[in-house]
Design a protein around this ligand. Structure first.
Ligand SMILES: N[C@@H](CCC(=O)N[C@@H](CS)C(=O)NCC(=O)O)C(=O)O
Length: 224
């Protein structure tokens, strides 16, 4: 049987969250790498699949296309999960997980993107302090949300696999201060123990941070 195809980039936090969820579910994906810097996502073949030109995007075996990491990971659990552990089928738990997925989308990833994109794509030479402050405020919000081992209760769920992709990327650029955000740091360390974490999430987050530093230097050189 053909595999589900995932259009993604190792650098992409939402792309990594889909890979983390697929691993947790035991689903093998066929990875189709997209180079955002080269503009692969703006080519007509990709735009036909996703007019919003974002990765990650999956093409399922029957041709179904799903984009947005949060929609994709729910789709994968619902359609292919051997059980519902990552997204338990009870309304209260799902509401809490959904809240965390929206928090990732609307706060964590949104703030990271707002900070990074001008540097990665538009030649910015600045790292505006208010955008850095908003990233630290996001650390605080998640730190205060974590009251047990995982974001929702004491079990790993999609909430963790989504948020940790963004958090690890922010952490690779602005290391989490353990004394200010102890619960957040303990949660990151707990997730780092997943056997597939390093290869999928940590390396990608570090590569993103390295690219950020290179681009910032390049932009500053060009502006001189
Ligand atoms: N909410 C979306 C965000 C996806 C997103 O913005 N991905 C970035 C890469 S990390 C992207 O594709 N950027 C290219 C663009 O927006 O044109 C998700 O969770 O999948």
């Amino acid at each position: 049987m053909s595999k589900i195809v995932l259009y993604t980039a190792k650098l992409s936090p939402p792309g990594r969250s889909v890979e983390l969820a697929a691993k947790a579910l035991g689903i093998e994906l066929e990875i189709h790498p997209i180079n955002l810097i080269a503009g692969d996502h703006l080519k007509s073949e990709f735009l036909k699949m996703n007019p919003q030109h974002t990765i990650p995007l999956i093409v399922d075996q029957d041709g179904t296309i799903v984009y947005d990491s949060h929609a994709i990971i729910i789709y994968l659990v619902t359609k292919y999960g051997k059980n519902d552990e990552l997204y338990p089928n009870d309304v209260v738990t799902r509401a809490k997980i959904n809240a965390a997925l929206h928090f990732d989308s609307g706060v964590l990833f949104a703030r990271l993107r707002f900070y990074l994109e001008p540097i990665l794509y538009y030649g910015s030479t600045e790292t505006p302090q208010d955008r850095i402050d908003y990233l630290h405020k996001a650390y605080q919000l998640l730190n205060d949300t974590i009251t047990s081992d995982y974001i929702v209760g004491n079990k790993l769920t999609l909430a963790d696999l989504s948020c940790v992709a963004s958090i690890a990327s922010i952490h690779a650029i602005f290391p989490i201060d353990k004394t200010k955000y102890p619960k957040l740091m303990a949660w990151v360390e707990r997730l780092s123990e997943l056997p597939y974490y390093k290869a999928i999430n940590q390396e990608g987050a570090e590569e993103l941070a390295a690219l950020y530093h290179v681009k910032l230097q390049e932009n500053r050189q060009k502006a001189k």
